[in-house]
Design a binder for this molecule. Structure first.
Ligand code: FAD
Length: 384
């Protein structure tokens, strides 16, 4: 077993660390307060190659591996997890399905402007009645002549309405199977298509420097060639997309947990009570030790799942395990960081208060902890 990173992986991690600490972290509190998507930061990230890390070089991406991508996501999330989800949703949810299932023509037209990160792409699955139960999709796409005509609405779609979003892949019901289950198909909708509109951005507890909106489709017609992959394979495509997404969300959680430990350590060294720094009390040392151990374990789980993906091994179970453990460890880390900061941590201007608000979403987005535990349990039973 070899835990050493390659030179390229080191490069991405160090580049992400330095950029995130210098250009993102000092602005994170303001971005959170103002609910601002930082377009200048995203442009710099595109320039440095982060926004296309795992996407094919032939279309302007960097062709990197998943381990390097997770290392970079962790560092960016450590500085601002909202910026990290913009990158993650763009690469893992938006562009990766275009890269994997798109035709040469679709890749040229839709992936190429996005793989460098100059433009963003979104993935629209969730609806009012289709959250965890994604099979409950109500949005329809009907083939009329040579066009797919889409009607329905999506909810909470990340990068759905930024100034640089080029389009969205929408999960649609294109029929009913003989067994009564819906036939789900992914369809590409460019941003300027008639009949496609976006609602206002949501006011959220966390990820406030990222963009989430409702999407509306009213007789929105796109050419037949905008079908992504195969008709009726949308559900299978989305399950595979989410496996990778879960590992990446795990990396976001590890980065946020690390930021909590960074803050906790700084406070433990400087806060004086009873004539000494609180870090000298064993109660505080135990909290720091628990945080560090859990972060180390979560990081290893994320990187192992990423390595399995890079190696071509099945990794669905490990992806779910990494996401559940990392998101829950991050929540515990945020809680302990605030405890170490005491009343000062409860003040809205403190970083740990921001982390405490932001951390929860990791247990919900891209599959809740409950559904991931069910996936793990089912796979264990199938193996046994
Ligand atoms: C900020 C944000 C960004 C998002 N970005 C995107 C995006 O880019 N694209 C996209 O398509 N979606 C996106 N989503 C949607 C996200 O993936 C869903 O919120 C998530 O899948 C859970 O669905 P839900 O919120 O409707 O919860 P529900 O499905 O209503 O679940 C509520 C509770 O019931 C539990 N539950 C449900 N079914 C079961 C079951 N069978 N067994 C046990 N427990 C169950 C859940 O675990 C949860 O605890 C985003 C959401 C948020 C909040």
């Amino acid at each position: 077993m070899n835990f050493e990173l390659t030179t390229v992986q080191h490069h991405w991690r160090d580049l992400a660390h330095d950029f995130a600490q210098q250009a993102i972290r000092p602005r994170a509190a303001q971005l959170d307060r103002d609910s601002m998507v930082p377009y200048d930061i995203l442009a710099q990230m595109a320039e440095l190659g982060f926004m296309g890390m795992t996407l094919p070089e032939a279309y302007g991406g960097r062709g990197g591996d998943f381990v390097g991508y997770c290392l970079a996501l962790e560092e960016i999330s450590r500085a601002d997890t909202g910026v990290a989800i913009t990158m993650e949703a763009h690469i893992s949810l938006g562009c990766a399905p275009l890269a994997v299932y798109g035709s040469a023509e679709q890749k040229e037209r839709f992936l190429a402007p996005c793989a460098s990160g100059k433009r963003l792409w979104a993935f629209g699955l969730t609806e009012e009645q289709a959250g965890t139960d994604a099979g409950g999709t109500q949005t329809t796409a009907e083939l009329r002549g040579e066009q797919w005509v889409i009607n329905g609405a999506k909810k909470w779609i990340t990068n759905g309405g930024t100034e640089i979003t080029a389009g969205v892949t929408v999960m649609c019901r294109t029929g009913t199977r003989p067994n009564g289950k819906p036939e789900l198909t992914a369809i590409i909708v460019p941003q300027d298509t008639a009949g496609y509109t976006r609602g206002p951005a949501y006011d959220k507890l966390g990820w406030r420097s990222s963009d989430q909106r409702p999407l509306h489709f009213a007789d929105c017609a796109v050419p037949q060639q905008h079908l992504l992959g195969e008709r009726g394979r949308g559900f299978a495509q989305f399950l595979s997309t989410l496996d990778a997404g879960r590992v990446a969300v795990g990396a976001l959680a590890v980065g946020l947990a690390q930021a909590c430990l960074d803050e906790a350590l700084a406070r433990a060294k400087t806060r004086q009570q009873f004539g000494k720094s609180i870090g000298e009390f064993q109660a505080i040392q135990f909290k720091l030790a628990d945080m560090a151990m859990e972060i180390e374990l979560a990081r290893l789980m994320v990187l192992k799942a990423a390595w399995m993906r890079d190696t071509g091994l099945p990794y669905s179970k490990e992806a779910s395990m990494a996401k559940v453990f990392a998101s829950e460890a991050a929540k515990r880390a945020a809680d302990q960081a605030m405890q170490i900061w005491g009343g000062e941590g409860f003040m809205n201007e403190s970083a740990v208060a921001r982390y405490w608000r932001q951390v929860k979403i990791n247990e919900i987005g891209e599959g809740t902890s409950e559904i991931n535990r069910q996936i793990i349990g089912r796979m264990l039973l199938a193996e046994g």
